[in-house]
Write a protein that binds this ligand. Sequence first.
Ligand SMILES: [Cu+2]
Length: 249
Amino acid sequence: MKSSFGIALAVAVPTMLIASVVNADTRTYTSVIDALNNSGVSGSATIVVDTDAKTLDVTVNALGLLPNQVHAQHIHGLLNNGFATCPTMAQDANKDGFLSVLEGAVNYGPIKLNLTSPPTPFGPSPDPVLFASYAGTPDLTKFPTAPDGTINYHELITFNLNNSADAAAFAQLQDIDNQHIVLHGAFAPESVDTVGGDPTNIIYDGLLPVACGEFVLQDNGAGVPEPSTLGLLGFGAAGLLMRRRVKVV
Ligand SMILES: [Cu+2]
């Protein structure tokens, strides 16, 4: 009797969990963007993940950027969807007073999504350290140039799951609250992001991280607050554990 009850619960709980997830086909994440490298940049970002339509609706509003320069902007994160954070000056490993793109990457991980207009096609990585394997090569002229120091970006990015790179990208962009947005580009000594660069030569460094924002889940699409969702997940996990134990016995 005990075993059959365990099996019934193990089957029922994950089914309930799946039902609640299927109903929630959109999730909305927001981010407050703060300056890195004393850039004075600030802003906000919103991402709506639609698991039914297979889209990400991305909005970025930022100000304080150097006008009329290419400002690369990306979603960065860890490839296992683990929790990644914005870097701080604590990651200035060579103590040159600047957080370089590679020093920052220790915290924020590789580029998982290029925020260009139009969206960058997913495909092979142009750099195995800086880009996720599916991220594709961005056209630098398609990033914002902040004509008056501001960025107002909005794109609906659609993923074709029949394409393996798109499918990999979509799988890596589900837990947006574990990822963050990074804006790049400011004047800096050539040595900051160029190996062998002259530290007395000030250049426009298009790689330099100038702002970063971590995302927070605001709405999971089902009207269920996040703590309850976590509770359901915990309960589902308990059901799975029970099922395992029953199998062993
Ligand atoms: Cu970036």
